[in-house]
Design a protein around this ligand. Structure first.
Ligand SMILES: Cc1ncc(COP(=O)(O)O)c(C=O)c1O
Length: 388
């Protein structure tokens, strides 16, 4: 088999070997139900509570402010639906942005459709940054919560979460951030950020898939969206996934112990990739903010190519890439994020996201740049042939 280079770390990361090692005994040795009172159950419960402590240290919060979930989508959904359901208010107003992940956008839209809330989507500028004044304009007396993604998954732009949260608090509005992409790459100190709720998913920081965190500041009233056994202090029923929770805590601890060295490595590979693509690929433009972006993240629009064809050619050349948004095979639709940033539908159809990881080498990046050049040429030639 030829060389394969994985440049889709924003979709998911490999699990760190150290994390796999820590998790393994919890499948076969410490397998009790954490709610059981006997020795096996207590050992499992101890592991879950130790994991909660470790995570609380990274987030600079109390361990009882952490709810374990099944990942980013559940955390986002629980944050928004839980706050709205607990609110002592008729039809509260919710603010979010036009560049959120669908886990937020569809949850908010669902509540609007059910006539339970009204909502405002705050616009973004050409770099996908949300200006604090734009959020200020969206605030209303009925506003209950604002939810803004910490770092966007498609174009990597990092928002001024501290500034946005402070503005919301001035008006007594709660603030949630979807930090799924930021986890493992940017500070998650909830005191510094000033957020009331924050969503994380372990598979973006070299932990396992299907497990995540919703941080909920003490005093914030949340209504559980899954009821039953009373786990997670009644906030999320269901037997905790002990091995995954233990793995997630280790992955998060390692990410923040090694943060600076990881950031440097990712930025070096990312900047090499951006410089190479912009230099060698005609008609390529960087999307998202040139500086305020995730260390791992590069994204582009490329003139006269369609993402779907480009990704197929790149896969044949050994490169795992993404368009950034969910691609519907055979029916490509322009990314709503790029449209919100002011790109035309035609430009938005040529999006390419290349996200580097801890194992990405300089040679991998060189190989990927050459592959993008070849793939773009092929797609353009093919388009020319089909047009004649
Ligand atoms: C910003 C953001 N939020 C939420 C999610 C959903 O996370 P999960 O797939 O763990 O449910 C993702 C996944 O890519 C994401 O990038």
């Amino acid at each position: 088999m030829g060389r394969r280079v994985y440049l889709d770390h924003s979709a998911s990361t490999p699990v760190d070997q150290r994390v796999v090692q820590v998790m393994t005994p919890y499948f076969t040795e410490v397998y009790g139900n954490p709610s059981s009172v006997h020795h096996f159950g207590r050992a499992a419960e101890h592991a879950v509570e130790m994991a909660r402590e470790q995570i609380a240290q990274v987030l600079n919060c109390q361990s009882n402010e952490i709810i374990f979930t099944s990942g980013g989508s559940e955390g986002d959904s629980l944050a928004i639906k839980g706050i709205v359901a607990a609110a002592d208010m008729y039809k509260p107003h919710v603010i979010t942005s036009s560049i959120e992940h669908d886990a937020i956008l569809e949850t908010v839209q669902g509540l609007v459709d059910a006539d339970q809330i009204t909502a405002t989507l705050v616009p973004v500028n050409r770099s996908a940054a949300i200006e604090v004044s734009s959020m200020g304009n969206a605030l209303q007396p009925q506003t209950l919560i604002a939810s803004v993604v910490y770092a966007n998954n498609e174009v990597g732009t990092v928002q001024d979460i501290t500034g946005l949260a402070a503005l919301a608090h001035e008006q007594n509005v709660m603030f949630h951030t979807d930090a799924v992409q930021a986890g493992g790459q940017l500070s998650l100190d909830v005191q510094q950020l000033g957020v009331d709720m924050m969503t994380l998913a372990a598979h973006k920081f070299y932990g396992p898939k299907g497990v995540g965190i919703l941080y909920v500041r003490k005093g914030v009233e949340l209504s559980p969206q899954q009821r039953g056994g009373g786990q997670e202090a009644g906030m999320r029923a269901g037997t905790q996934n002990v091995p995954l929770i233990v793995g997630m805590a280790t992955a998060l601890r390692l990410a923040y112990e090694e943060l600076e060295i990881r950031q440097q490595h990712l930025r070096d590979r990312r900047d090499q990739l951006i410089a190479g693509i912009l230099h060698h690929v005609d008609g390529a433009q960087l999307t998202g903010h040139p500086e305020q972006r995730l260390p791992s993240h590069s994204s582009f629009v490329i003139a006269d190519v369609q993402s779907e064809a480009l990704l197929m050619h790149l896969d044949m050349l050994g490169i795992a890439a993404s368009s950034g948004s969910a691609c519907k095979v055979g029916n490509p639709e322009p990314s709503s994020v790029l449209l919100a940033m002011g790109y035309s539908a035609k430009e938005a159809l040529g999006s390419l996201r290349l996200t580097v990881g801890l194992q990405t080498t300089e040679e991998d990046v060189e190989f990927a740049i050459r592959a993008v050049v070849v793939a773009v040429e092929k797609v353009r030639k093919l388009k020319g042939v089909l047009a004649t």
